[in-house]
Design a protein around this ligand. Structure first.
Ligand SMILES: Cc1cc2nc3c(=O)[nH]c(=O)nc-3n(C[C@H](O)[C@H](O)[C@H](O)COP(=O)(O)O)c2cc1C
Length: 223
């Protein structure tokens, strides 16, 4: 079956390794190429390039009287406008790359919520970062992101993916395509819901001042 093409869909690809050199770049290239072959607009949020120092003050912790820096607001808006997310993580001691958490924690759950996400993990070892991936799925759920069923885990990353992002591993490619098909399916379904009902429940969330007011439910106002 031909992969789903989704012209005009906006997907953000999160990348958490800040090591130099790093294997993240080869995995990024592999996934980004595969997304762009489907005519998807890809924006990369790279922890190395965005250089957040620490999680000092995520947007939702600003008081209304305080001014959120313009660059943070612009990134936040990109997250809000995205149709779906692909999140790459290496495995560091059985856990998520800390740079990824540092990056994603800069923005409120409300900015991510009600969109689908797919996890791609990788490692030098035999398990492909699957221990990190399971923790990442839990973290992403906490941000309000829907998870696609398929998980892509790449073991022995330096042998399996070349520096220019190609692979001869057919099972990796078919697994990646399955996860991306699922991501597109959910993204397009949610796009329809957004058209009909809006994306967020305005009574449920507020970007600032600890604005999380609980999950949306019937009789709430939608924007
Ligand atoms: C601090 C640290 C911890 C690591 N822990 C694991 C691990 O638990 N399992 C594993 O298979 N590889 C582990 N590795 C190897 C990484 O999977 C491998 O270096 C990978 O390329 C890291 O991704 P990056 O190059 O994009 O940072 C670890 C590497 C580092 C730097």
């Amino acid at each position: 079956m031909a992969p789903l093409v989704a012209a005009g869909l906006n997907i953000i690809l999160f990348l958490g390794s800040v090591r130099q050199p790093r294997n993240a770049d080869r995995v990024l290239k592999l996934v980004q190429d595969r997304l762009e072959e489907r005519s998807i607009n890809v924006t990369v949020f790279d922890a190395l390039k965005l250089e957040f120092d620490k999680v000092i003050k995520p947007i939702q912790y600003y008081n209304k009287s305080e001014i959120v820096p313009e660059n943070i607001l612009a990134l936040n808006q990109q997250i809000k406008d995205a149709d779906a997310f692909v999140v790459l993580t290496a495995e560091y001691h059985g856990s998520i790359a800390p740079g990824l958490l540092n990056l994603m924690n800069q923005f409120p759950p409300n900015s991510y919520a009600f969109r689908p996400s797919a996890v791609v993990s990788y490692s030098k070892g035999r398990f492909g970062g699957v221990r990190a991936a399971m923790q990442l799925r839990s973290f992403l759920s906490d941000l309000g992101l829907i998870q696609v069923p398929s998980l892509v885990a790449i073991p022995k990353v330096e042998e399996v993916v070349t520096p220019d992002g190609t692979t001869k591993d057919e099972s990796l490619l078919s697994g990646l395509d399955a996860a991306l098909d699922q991501l597109i399916w959910f993204a397009e379904a949610i796009k329809l819901q957004r058209k009909n009902y809006g994306l967020r429940c305005v009574d449920c969330f507020d970007d600032t001042n600890l604005g999380y007011k609980g999950l949306p439910y019937k009789n709430k106002k939608w924007s």
